[in-house]
Design a protein around this ligand. Sequence first.
Ligand code: ADP
Ligand code: MG
Length: 511
Amino acid sequence: MGRSALRRKENQHFTEDLTQVSQAPGADGYRSDGWETVIGLEVHAQISTKSKLFSGSPTDFGSDPNSQVSFYDAAMPGTLPVLNTAAIDLAIKTGLSINGTINKISRFDRKNYFYPDLPAGYQISQLYFPIVTNGYIDIDLPNGPSTKRINIERIHIEQDAGKSIHDLSPESSYIDLNRSGIPLMEIVSRPDMRSSDEAMQYVKKLRTILRYIETCDCNMERGNLRVDANISIRRPGEPFGNRVEIKNINSIRFLGQALNYEAERQIMARESGEEIIQETRLFDAGTGETRPMRTKENSDDYRYFPDPDLRPVILTDERIAKIMGGLPELPDAKRARFIMEYGLPESDAAILTEDMVTARYFEKAVSASKFKESPRLIANWITGELFAFLNKSGKNIDELAFPIEYIGELVDLILNKTISGNIAKSVFARMVESNENPLKIVTDQGLTQIRDDSIIKKVVEEVIAKNPNQVDEYKSGKQQLFGFFVGQCMKALQGKGNPEIINEILRKALG
Ligand code: ADP
Ligand code: MG
């Protein structure tokens, strides 16, 4: 296999389609060139609280620069942190949802470093005693229904830093401290992923879970979910190689691109006899390349020590149990239930449970139907016609101007033989335009299926009379002409004839 990613770099055209990013290893998990990539991710998720981790300042997005900064956020001497307990509860909820151990004692440490957007000279984080350890999530593998378990080493809580702005004027740099002190969860995976596809699936699954439990909105464009990707390469069976950390990736597609580029770069280096040095790199979305930022650092450099202004976080069993009791049905459980309860195929169940709103809408549509066999059909209509309409109109499912129950009603009109599946498509097209209910559309437009034998018989006779040549050919053995006759009858009945009755009467008439 060639070093295609590097060769392509001159003229890279990245598309939105994630499958284009994909560079999956073979079925055995290994690349055809004999190298294995090893990936571990550190995901920074903004905890959805109204106020900051240690101050009462709001966390709203898009406010004027420095309009959400308390004296504490600006590190004025003499100010003290006050822990936001809501952030702790949301981190616990997250820990429970990723099958983690909730540690009843955790503690905050100071990570010391200088940066203009960090006025205190340190970030408060949890190095030694994180609030959550040893979780996991199961991800879908790209080809087929199998899943893979990705272990999560820890979740710790920390503060976000402010933002330096260099591109407003050529003479000056600016600092916006609105983000300073916003609560983050850092979710650290074990180095369990073996391809960029697995890494992308992992972030997608994590995002689905966080959105279900509403502990992070996962808006990547706003920086509410950011990924640091660690990657190394080795020959299968060898110990792990030195890793490179790619910082601050803010889209799943970029994550895939950055990892593919970096894997190719490391392989090229190793194959030409170079060592990989542990370093931090940045991904440039414009060129699709990573470039060096700084070399190896370790925790000694930060002079971590327990924050003397904060007491340890001590949790009671009752508090954890209460949060556990408030968890919603999680994505894997919902997916399994959709398969069991509604008989959905795996793939439909996966799509419909990817976000909670879609799942809820599906169940609402099902509840509007009177037929036991409707859920599979409703799933088809939602993932097919409805998703196509939403894509085209740029809407979310909860922005529909008609109630989702109409999908259930439409399917019932098919199942009770009022209309055919084909007519249903035109009823659907009308429904998304006019927002009228399906039965009204069918009644107003006279679309009810024609099942009256005498009407259909008359049409069949006319079609036979009008096409003597085809009748002769059919009778002399050209069986495939039967479809032609059905088509002619359907046309004469403006698409409204019941296909089974047409078939039956035609067969008799043609002998
Ligand atoms: P540190 O303590 O230096 O931050 P960690 O052991 O916490 O290092 O690892 C940080 C992240 O890097 C984790 O997500 C982990 O899975 C990942 N990682 C560690 N070693 C490797 C490796 N050799 N290759 C790829 N990823 C790695
Ligand atoms: Mg680490």
